[in-house]
Ligand binder design. Structure first.
Ligand code: CMX
Length: 425
Protein backbone atom coordinates (compact mmCIF):
# COMPACT_ATOMS: atom_id res chain seq x y z
CA UNK A 1 0.00 0.00 0.00
CA UNK A 2 0.98 3.62 -0.51
CA UNK A 3 2.57 5.82 2.14
CA UNK A 4 0.27 8.39 3.74
CA UNK A 5 1.42 11.15 1.39
CA UNK A 6 1.20 8.95 -1.71
CA UNK A 7 -2.28 7.79 -0.71
CA UNK A 8 -3.48 11.36 -0.17
CA UNK A 9 -2.01 12.40 -3.53
CA UNK A 10 -3.95 9.53 -5.16
CA UNK A 11 -7.34 10.30 -3.63
CA UNK A 12 -7.40 14.10 -3.48
CA UNK A 13 -8.14 14.79 -7.19
CA UNK A 14 -11.19 12.47 -7.08
CA UNK A 15 -12.49 14.04 -3.87
CA UNK A 16 -12.13 17.53 -5.34
CA UNK A 17 -14.13 16.50 -8.42
CA UNK A 18 -16.80 14.86 -6.27
CA UNK A 19 -17.38 17.97 -4.17
CA UNK A 20 -17.23 20.29 -7.17
CA UNK A 21 -19.89 18.24 -8.92
CA UNK A 22 -22.06 18.03 -5.77
CA UNK A 23 -22.03 21.79 -5.28
CA UNK A 24 -22.58 22.45 -8.98
CA UNK A 25 -25.56 20.13 -9.25
CA UNK A 26 -27.18 20.54 -5.84
CA UNK A 27 -25.68 23.75 -4.45
CA UNK A 28 -29.06 25.38 -3.82
CA UNK A 29 -30.64 22.45 -1.89
CA UNK A 30 -31.63 23.25 1.71
CA UNK A 31 -30.17 20.81 4.26
CA UNK A 32 -30.84 22.54 7.58
CA UNK A 33 -33.03 25.23 9.09
CA UNK A 34 -32.16 27.42 12.06
CA UNK A 35 -34.56 28.21 14.88
CA UNK A 36 -34.19 31.07 17.32
CA UNK A 37 -33.66 28.52 20.10
CA UNK A 38 -30.71 27.03 18.21
CA UNK A 39 -29.28 30.48 17.56
CA UNK A 40 -29.13 31.24 21.28
CA UNK A 41 -28.43 27.62 22.23
CA UNK A 42 -24.90 26.96 21.09
CA UNK A 43 -26.03 26.23 17.48
CA UNK A 44 -26.97 22.74 18.60
CA UNK A 45 -28.08 20.48 15.74
CA UNK A 46 -27.58 23.01 12.91
CA UNK A 47 -25.96 21.20 9.99
CA UNK A 48 -23.47 23.82 8.92
CA UNK A 49 -20.10 22.01 8.87
CA UNK A 50 -18.62 19.27 6.72
CA UNK A 51 -16.46 16.62 8.38
CA UNK A 52 -15.31 13.55 6.49
CA UNK A 53 -12.98 12.11 9.12
CA UNK A 54 -15.67 10.98 11.54
CA UNK A 55 -19.31 11.32 12.52
CA UNK A 56 -21.18 11.02 15.81
CA UNK A 57 -24.75 9.78 15.40
CA UNK A 58 -26.52 10.52 18.74
CA UNK A 59 -27.66 6.90 19.07
CA UNK A 60 -24.37 5.23 18.05
CA UNK A 61 -21.44 7.40 19.09
CA UNK A 62 -18.14 7.86 17.33
CA UNK A 63 -17.71 6.35 13.87
CA UNK A 64 -14.35 6.99 12.21
CA UNK A 65 -14.58 6.67 8.43
CA UNK A 66 -17.50 4.21 8.58
CA UNK A 67 -15.84 2.18 11.36
CA UNK A 68 -17.54 2.25 14.80
CA UNK A 69 -14.95 3.10 17.46
CA UNK A 70 -15.67 -0.17 19.30
CA UNK A 71 -14.35 -2.09 16.28
CA UNK A 72 -11.09 -0.15 15.94
CA UNK A 73 -10.30 0.69 19.56
CA UNK A 74 -7.31 -1.70 19.58
CA UNK A 75 -5.62 -0.03 16.62
CA UNK A 76 -2.55 2.12 17.19
CA UNK A 77 -3.15 5.89 17.16
CA UNK A 78 -0.85 6.26 14.13
CA UNK A 79 -3.03 3.73 12.24
CA UNK A 80 -6.02 5.86 13.21
CA UNK A 81 -4.28 8.97 11.84
CA UNK A 82 -3.80 7.25 8.49
CA UNK A 83 -7.45 6.18 8.57
CA UNK A 84 -8.66 9.68 9.47
CA UNK A 85 -6.70 11.22 6.61
CA UNK A 86 -7.38 8.67 3.88
CA UNK A 87 -10.46 6.61 4.78
CA UNK A 88 -8.43 3.38 4.91
CA UNK A 89 -6.36 1.63 7.54
CA UNK A 90 -2.71 1.27 6.51
CA UNK A 91 -1.27 -2.14 5.71
CA UNK A 92 1.88 -3.26 7.57
CA UNK A 93 4.26 -1.54 5.12
CA UNK A 94 2.38 1.78 5.13
CA UNK A 95 2.20 1.72 8.93
CA UNK A 96 5.90 1.01 9.21
CA UNK A 97 6.67 3.85 6.79
CA UNK A 98 4.55 6.26 8.84
CA UNK A 99 6.19 5.18 12.11
CA UNK A 100 9.67 5.55 10.60
CA UNK A 101 8.74 8.98 9.28
CA UNK A 102 7.43 10.10 12.69
CA UNK A 103 10.55 8.77 14.38
CA UNK A 104 12.75 10.79 12.01
CA UNK A 105 10.86 13.99 12.84
CA UNK A 106 10.65 13.69 16.61
CA UNK A 107 13.52 15.86 17.76
CA UNK A 108 12.20 18.88 19.64
CA UNK A 109 14.09 22.17 19.07
CA UNK A 110 16.09 23.00 22.24
CA UNK A 111 14.55 26.50 22.52
CA UNK A 112 11.27 24.76 23.49
CA UNK A 113 12.89 23.42 26.67
CA UNK A 114 14.26 26.89 27.47
CA UNK A 115 10.83 28.45 27.10
CA UNK A 116 9.14 25.75 29.22
CA UNK A 117 11.79 26.03 31.93
CA UNK A 118 11.26 29.80 32.08
CA UNK A 119 7.53 29.45 32.77
CA UNK A 120 6.11 29.89 36.30
CA UNK A 121 6.24 26.54 38.09
CA UNK A 122 2.51 26.66 38.80
CA UNK A 123 1.52 27.11 35.13
CA UNK A 124 -1.23 24.74 34.09
CA UNK A 125 0.23 21.91 31.95
CA UNK A 126 -2.21 22.89 29.19
CA UNK A 127 -0.71 26.38 29.12
CA UNK A 128 2.74 24.80 28.88
CA UNK A 129 1.63 22.54 26.04
CA UNK A 130 0.05 25.34 24.05
CA UNK A 131 3.02 27.63 24.65
CA UNK A 132 5.35 24.90 23.36
CA UNK A 133 3.20 24.38 20.25
CA UNK A 134 3.04 28.11 19.52
CA UNK A 135 6.72 28.70 20.05
CA UNK A 136 7.45 25.97 17.48
CA UNK A 137 5.45 27.93 14.88
CA UNK A 138 8.70 29.20 13.42
CA UNK A 139 9.24 25.62 12.15
CA UNK A 140 6.10 25.78 9.99
CA UNK A 141 6.68 24.44 6.48
CA UNK A 142 3.30 25.82 5.42
CA UNK A 143 4.17 29.38 6.39
CA UNK A 144 7.60 29.15 4.76
CA UNK A 145 6.22 27.78 1.49
CA UNK A 146 3.28 30.19 1.51
CA UNK A 147 5.69 33.09 1.81
CA UNK A 148 7.60 31.64 -1.15
CA UNK A 149 4.43 31.68 -3.28
CA UNK A 150 3.19 28.09 -2.93
CA UNK A 151 0.25 27.20 -5.23
CA UNK A 152 -3.14 26.53 -3.64
CA UNK A 153 -3.43 22.96 -4.93
CA UNK A 154 -0.43 21.86 -2.83
CA UNK A 155 -1.45 23.58 0.42
CA UNK A 156 -2.42 20.15 1.73
CA UNK A 157 1.10 18.82 1.25
CA UNK A 158 2.71 21.55 3.37
CA UNK A 159 -0.07 21.14 5.95
CA UNK A 160 0.66 17.40 6.09
CA UNK A 161 4.34 18.23 6.66
CA UNK A 162 3.41 20.48 9.61
CA UNK A 163 1.00 17.84 10.92
CA UNK A 164 3.64 15.08 10.84
CA UNK A 165 6.24 17.29 12.54
CA UNK A 166 3.79 18.31 15.22
CA UNK A 167 2.43 14.81 15.82
CA UNK A 168 5.97 13.38 15.96
CA UNK A 169 7.01 15.91 18.62
CA UNK A 170 3.88 16.16 20.75
CA UNK A 171 4.52 13.06 22.91
CA UNK A 172 8.08 14.27 23.59
CA UNK A 173 6.90 17.76 24.55
CA UNK A 174 3.96 16.43 26.57
CA UNK A 175 6.12 13.91 28.45
CA UNK A 176 8.72 16.58 29.20
CA UNK A 177 5.97 18.84 30.58
CA UNK A 178 4.89 16.02 32.89
CA UNK A 179 8.40 15.54 34.20
CA UNK A 180 9.21 19.26 34.56
CA UNK A 181 5.92 20.41 36.01
CA UNK A 182 5.62 17.59 38.56
CA UNK A 183 9.31 17.34 39.53
CA UNK A 184 9.80 13.87 38.13
CA UNK A 185 13.47 14.34 37.26
CA UNK A 186 15.25 14.89 33.98
CA UNK A 187 13.55 14.76 30.61
CA UNK A 188 13.77 11.22 29.18
CA UNK A 189 14.97 11.04 25.55
CA UNK A 190 12.80 9.10 23.06
CA UNK A 191 13.41 5.44 22.22
CA UNK A 192 13.97 4.21 18.69
CA UNK A 193 11.92 1.43 17.13
CA UNK A 194 8.81 1.60 19.33
CA UNK A 195 5.36 2.81 18.39
CA UNK A 196 4.00 6.29 19.17
CA UNK A 197 2.12 5.37 22.40
CA UNK A 198 4.91 3.13 23.73
CA UNK A 199 7.43 5.91 23.17
CA UNK A 200 5.20 8.38 25.04
CA UNK A 201 4.94 5.96 27.99
CA UNK A 202 8.71 5.48 27.95
CA UNK A 203 9.31 9.27 28.07
CA UNK A 204 6.76 9.81 30.88
CA UNK A 205 8.94 7.52 33.00
CA UNK A 206 6.13 5.86 34.95
CA UNK A 207 6.70 2.22 35.84
CA UNK A 208 5.02 -0.23 33.47
CA UNK A 209 6.36 -3.65 34.46
CA UNK A 210 3.85 -5.72 32.48
CA UNK A 211 2.97 -3.32 29.65
CA UNK A 212 -0.56 -2.60 30.90
CA UNK A 213 -0.04 1.17 31.12
CA UNK A 214 1.18 1.14 27.50
CA UNK A 215 -2.02 -0.71 26.54
CA UNK A 216 -4.04 1.98 28.33
CA UNK A 217 -2.16 4.76 26.53
CA UNK A 218 -2.77 3.11 23.14
CA UNK A 219 -6.48 2.93 23.96
CA UNK A 220 -6.57 6.46 25.37
CA UNK A 221 -4.78 8.02 22.40
CA UNK A 222 -6.98 6.16 19.92
CA UNK A 223 -10.31 6.89 21.63
CA UNK A 224 -9.83 10.67 21.96
CA UNK A 225 -8.48 11.28 18.47
CA UNK A 226 -11.56 12.67 16.70
CA UNK A 227 -15.25 13.40 17.38
CA UNK A 228 -16.52 15.04 14.18
CA UNK A 229 -15.97 18.76 13.73
CA UNK A 230 -18.62 20.64 15.68
CA UNK A 231 -16.98 20.24 19.10
CA UNK A 232 -15.05 23.23 20.48
CA UNK A 233 -11.51 21.94 19.85
CA UNK A 234 -12.18 20.76 16.29
CA UNK A 235 -14.36 23.71 15.25
CA UNK A 236 -11.83 26.20 16.62
CA UNK A 237 -8.91 24.51 14.89
CA UNK A 238 -10.84 24.46 11.62
CA UNK A 239 -11.83 28.13 11.87
CA UNK A 240 -8.30 29.31 12.63
CA UNK A 241 -6.86 27.05 9.96
CA UNK A 242 -9.36 28.40 7.41
CA UNK A 243 -7.62 31.79 7.66
CA UNK A 244 -4.53 29.91 6.38
CA UNK A 245 -2.93 30.28 9.78
CA UNK A 246 -0.58 27.30 9.94
CA UNK A 247 -1.25 24.23 12.08
CA UNK A 248 0.83 25.46 15.03
CA UNK A 249 -1.54 28.42 15.44
CA UNK A 250 -4.63 26.41 14.65
CA UNK A 251 -3.94 23.39 16.89
CA UNK A 252 -2.91 25.52 19.88
CA UNK A 253 -6.13 27.53 19.46
CA UNK A 254 -8.22 24.36 19.34
CA UNK A 255 -6.49 22.86 22.35
CA UNK A 256 -7.13 26.05 24.32
CA UNK A 257 -10.80 25.20 23.86
CA UNK A 258 -10.16 21.64 25.00
CA UNK A 259 -8.82 23.14 28.26
CA UNK A 260 -12.33 24.23 29.30
CA UNK A 261 -14.16 22.31 32.06
CA UNK A 262 -17.18 21.66 29.83
CA UNK A 263 -14.89 20.02 27.24
CA UNK A 264 -11.61 18.13 27.80
CA UNK A 265 -10.86 19.43 31.27
CA UNK A 266 -13.91 17.44 32.47
CA UNK A 267 -11.60 14.41 32.75
CA UNK A 268 -9.63 16.00 35.60
CA UNK A 269 -12.82 17.35 37.22
CA UNK A 270 -14.37 13.92 37.00
CA UNK A 271 -11.63 12.15 38.90
CA UNK A 272 -11.70 14.88 41.58
CA UNK A 273 -15.42 14.23 41.96
CA UNK A 274 -14.87 10.48 42.33
CA UNK A 275 -12.08 10.96 44.89
CA UNK A 276 -14.17 13.52 46.82
CA UNK A 277 -16.95 10.94 46.94
CA UNK A 278 -14.69 8.20 48.31
CA UNK A 279 -13.25 10.63 50.86
CA UNK A 280 -16.63 11.86 52.03
CA UNK A 281 -17.88 8.33 52.64
CA UNK A 282 -14.57 6.89 53.90
CA UNK A 283 -14.12 4.43 51.06
CA UNK A 284 -16.38 3.00 48.40
CA UNK A 285 -19.79 4.65 48.79
CA UNK A 286 -23.04 2.68 48.70
CA UNK A 287 -25.50 3.29 45.83
CA UNK A 288 -27.68 5.42 48.15
CA UNK A 289 -24.69 7.51 49.22
CA UNK A 290 -23.76 8.04 45.57
CA UNK A 291 -27.30 9.15 44.76
CA UNK A 292 -27.21 11.63 47.65
CA UNK A 293 -23.84 13.01 46.60
CA UNK A 294 -24.92 13.42 42.97
CA UNK A 295 -28.05 15.21 44.15
CA UNK A 296 -25.98 17.49 46.41
CA UNK A 297 -23.73 18.32 43.45
CA UNK A 298 -26.74 19.30 41.36
CA UNK A 299 -28.29 21.27 44.26
CA UNK A 300 -25.03 23.22 44.58
CA UNK A 301 -25.47 24.30 40.95
CA UNK A 302 -22.53 22.18 39.76
CA UNK A 303 -22.47 19.75 36.86
CA UNK A 304 -21.75 16.08 37.45
CA UNK A 305 -18.56 15.88 35.40
CA UNK A 306 -18.22 13.10 32.85
CA UNK A 307 -21.98 12.90 32.32
CA UNK A 308 -24.07 14.46 29.56
CA UNK A 309 -23.20 15.37 26.01
CA UNK A 310 -24.14 17.96 23.43
CA UNK A 311 -24.72 15.33 20.73
CA UNK A 312 -24.81 11.81 22.24
CA UNK A 313 -27.98 10.32 23.68
CA UNK A 314 -26.50 6.97 24.77
CA UNK A 315 -23.59 5.78 26.90
CA UNK A 316 -20.53 6.95 25.00
CA UNK A 317 -18.92 3.86 23.39
CA UNK A 318 -15.55 5.34 24.38
CA UNK A 319 -16.66 5.12 28.03
CA UNK A 320 -17.71 1.50 27.40
CA UNK A 321 -14.20 0.79 26.11
CA UNK A 322 -12.58 2.33 29.21
CA UNK A 323 -14.98 0.48 31.50
CA UNK A 324 -14.13 -2.84 29.85
CA UNK A 325 -10.42 -2.05 30.16
CA UNK A 326 -10.86 -1.20 33.85
CA UNK A 327 -12.78 -4.40 34.54
CA UNK A 328 -9.93 -6.38 32.98
CA UNK A 329 -6.93 -4.55 34.45
CA UNK A 330 -8.09 -2.53 37.48
CA UNK A 331 -10.55 -4.86 39.23
CA UNK A 332 -10.54 -4.30 43.00
CA UNK A 333 -9.22 -0.73 42.75
CA UNK A 334 -11.64 1.33 44.90
CA UNK A 335 -11.37 4.40 42.65
CA UNK A 336 -12.21 2.43 39.52
CA UNK A 337 -14.97 0.58 41.36
CA UNK A 338 -16.57 3.90 42.32
CA UNK A 339 -16.50 4.92 38.63
CA UNK A 340 -18.34 1.69 37.77
CA UNK A 341 -20.82 2.20 40.64
CA UNK A 342 -21.47 5.81 39.64
CA UNK A 343 -22.43 4.51 36.20
CA UNK A 344 -25.03 2.25 37.84
CA UNK A 345 -26.57 5.09 39.83
CA UNK A 346 -26.00 8.57 38.38
CA UNK A 347 -27.92 8.26 35.08
CA UNK A 348 -31.11 7.63 37.08
CA UNK A 349 -30.46 10.77 39.15
CA UNK A 350 -29.80 12.88 36.04
CA UNK A 351 -32.89 11.49 34.32
CA UNK A 352 -34.97 13.18 37.03
CA UNK A 353 -33.67 16.60 35.88
CA UNK A 354 -35.84 17.49 32.94
CA UNK A 355 -33.48 19.94 31.28
CA UNK A 356 -30.60 17.39 31.02
CA UNK A 357 -30.89 15.83 27.56
CA UNK A 358 -28.27 13.11 27.99
CA UNK A 359 -27.94 11.44 31.41
CA UNK A 360 -25.26 8.98 30.24
CA UNK A 361 -21.47 8.96 30.76
CA UNK A 362 -19.20 10.52 28.16
CA UNK A 363 -15.52 9.73 27.42
CA UNK A 364 -14.30 11.69 30.44
CA UNK A 365 -16.23 9.72 33.07
CA UNK A 366 -13.77 6.87 33.47
CA UNK A 367 -10.42 7.71 31.92
CA UNK A 368 -8.99 9.55 34.95
CA UNK A 369 -9.54 6.60 37.31
CA UNK A 370 -7.54 4.35 34.97
CA UNK A 371 -4.64 6.81 34.76
CA UNK A 372 -4.74 7.14 38.55
CA UNK A 373 -4.56 3.36 38.90
CA UNK A 374 -1.32 3.27 36.91
CA UNK A 375 0.30 5.97 39.04
CA UNK A 376 -0.45 9.08 37.03
CA UNK A 377 -2.05 10.98 39.89
CA UNK A 378 -1.56 14.55 38.67
CA UNK A 379 -5.08 15.44 37.46
CA UNK A 380 -3.96 18.73 35.95
CA UNK A 381 -2.07 16.70 33.38
CA UNK A 382 -4.98 14.66 32.05
CA UNK A 383 -6.13 17.19 29.45
CA UNK A 384 -2.62 17.16 27.98
CA UNK A 385 -3.08 13.46 27.18
CA UNK A 386 -6.43 14.24 25.59
CA UNK A 387 -4.70 16.99 23.57
CA UNK A 388 -1.93 14.74 22.23
CA UNK A 389 -4.64 12.45 20.91
CA UNK A 390 -7.04 15.15 19.68
CA UNK A 391 -4.21 16.69 17.65
CA UNK A 392 -4.51 13.66 15.31
CA UNK A 393 -8.11 14.40 14.44
CA UNK A 394 -7.92 18.16 14.11
CA UNK A 395 -4.75 17.89 12.00
CA UNK A 396 -6.40 15.32 9.69
CA UNK A 397 -9.42 17.61 9.33
CA UNK A 398 -7.15 20.56 8.47
CA UNK A 399 -5.25 18.54 5.83
CA UNK A 400 -8.52 17.58 4.16
CA UNK A 401 -9.88 21.14 4.31
CA UNK A 402 -6.71 22.42 2.62
CA UNK A 403 -6.86 19.64 0.03
CA UNK A 404 -10.45 20.54 -0.80
CA UNK A 405 -9.58 24.24 -0.96
CA UNK A 406 -12.37 25.19 1.46
CA UNK A 407 -12.61 28.97 1.91
CA UNK A 408 -12.15 31.02 5.04
CA UNK A 409 -14.95 30.36 7.57
CA UNK A 410 -17.23 33.38 7.89
CA UNK A 411 -20.82 32.72 8.97
CA UNK A 412 -23.21 35.66 9.29
CA UNK A 413 -24.08 37.04 12.71
CA UNK A 414 -27.23 39.02 13.43
CA UNK A 415 -28.15 41.42 16.25
CA UNK A 416 -30.92 40.54 18.72
CA UNK A 417 -33.09 43.35 17.35
CA UNK A 418 -33.03 41.57 13.96
CA UNK A 419 -34.01 38.30 15.63
CA UNK A 420 -36.87 40.08 17.42
CA UNK A 421 -38.08 41.50 14.12
CA UNK A 422 -38.05 37.98 12.60
CA UNK A 423 -39.93 36.67 15.62
CA UNK A 424 -42.60 39.33 15.18
CA UNK A 425 -43.22 38.45 11.50
N1 CMX B 1 -24.68 17.67 35.37
C1 CMX B 1 -25.49 18.70 35.68
N2 CMX B 1 -26.17 19.43 34.77
C2 CMX B 1 -26.02 19.07 33.49
C3 CMX B 1 -25.23 17.99 33.08
C4 CMX B 1 -24.52 17.29 34.09
N3 CMX B 1 -23.69 16.29 33.80
N4 CMX B 1 -25.31 17.87 31.74
C5 CMX B 1 -26.12 18.86 31.32
N5 CMX B 1 -26.54 19.59 32.37
C6 CMX B 1 -27.36 20.81 32.36
C7 CMX B 1 -26.65 21.88 31.54
O1 CMX B 1 -25.67 22.54 32.36
C8 CMX B 1 -27.80 22.76 31.12
O2 CMX B 1 -28.16 23.57 32.24
P1 CMX B 1 -28.56 25.13 32.04
O3 CMX B 1 -29.63 25.13 31.02
O4 CMX B 1 -28.98 25.55 33.40
O5 CMX B 1 -27.31 25.78 31.54
C9 CMX B 1 -28.92 21.75 30.89
O6 CMX B 1 -28.56 20.57 31.65
C10 CMX B 1 -29.11 21.36 29.45
O7 CMX B 1 -27.89 20.87 28.95
P2 CMX B 1 -27.86 19.81 27.75
O8 CMX B 1 -28.62 20.41 26.59
O9 CMX B 1 -28.29 18.48 28.23
O10 CMX B 1 -26.31 19.73 27.46
P3 CMX B 1 -25.39 20.77 26.66
O11 CMX B 1 -25.37 20.33 25.24
O12 CMX B 1 -25.76 22.18 26.94
O13 CMX B 1 -23.97 20.54 27.35
C11 CMX B 1 -22.19 19.27 28.26
C12 CMX B 1 -23.23 19.36 27.14
C13 CMX B 1 -21.23 18.13 27.94
C14 CMX B 1 -21.39 20.58 28.27
C15 CMX B 1 -22.92 19.04 29.60
O14 CMX B 1 -23.60 17.81 29.57
C16 CMX B 1 -21.97 19.08 30.79
O15 CMX B 1 -21.66 20.17 31.28
N6 CMX B 1 -21.49 17.87 31.29
C17 CMX B 1 -20.53 17.81 32.35
C18 CMX B 1 -19.15 18.23 31.85
C19 CMX B 1 -18.55 17.16 30.95
O16 CMX B 1 -18.55 15.99 31.25
N7 CMX B 1 -17.99 17.60 29.80
C20 CMX B 1 -17.25 16.71 28.89
C21 CMX B 1 -17.97 16.44 27.58
C22 CMX B 1 -17.13 15.58 26.66
C23 CMX B 1 -15.93 16.34 26.16
O17 CMX B 1 -16.10 17.29 25.37
O18 CMX B 1 -14.82 16.05 26.59
Amino acid sequence: MATLKEKLAQIIPGLREEIKALVKEHGAKVISEVTIEQLYGGQRGIKCLVCDTSEVPPDKGLIIREKPIGEIKDKLPEEIFYLLCTGELPDAAALKALQTDLEARQEVPTYVWDVLKAMPNDSHPMVMLNTAILVMEKESIFRKKYNEGMKKDVYWDATLEDALNLIARLPNVAAAIYRMRFNKGNIIPPKKGVDWSANYVHMLGLPDPNGEFTKLMQLYLTLHSDHESGNVSAATTATVSSALSDLYYAVSAGLSGLAGPLHGLANQECLSWILETNKKFNGKPTPDQLKTYAQETLNAGRVVPGYGHAVLRITDPRFDAFLAFGKKYCAGDPVFETVANVFDVVPEVLKQVQKIKDPWPNVDAGSGALLYHFGMKEFDYYTVLFSVSRALGVAAQAIIARAMGYPIVRPKSVPTKWVKAQAAK
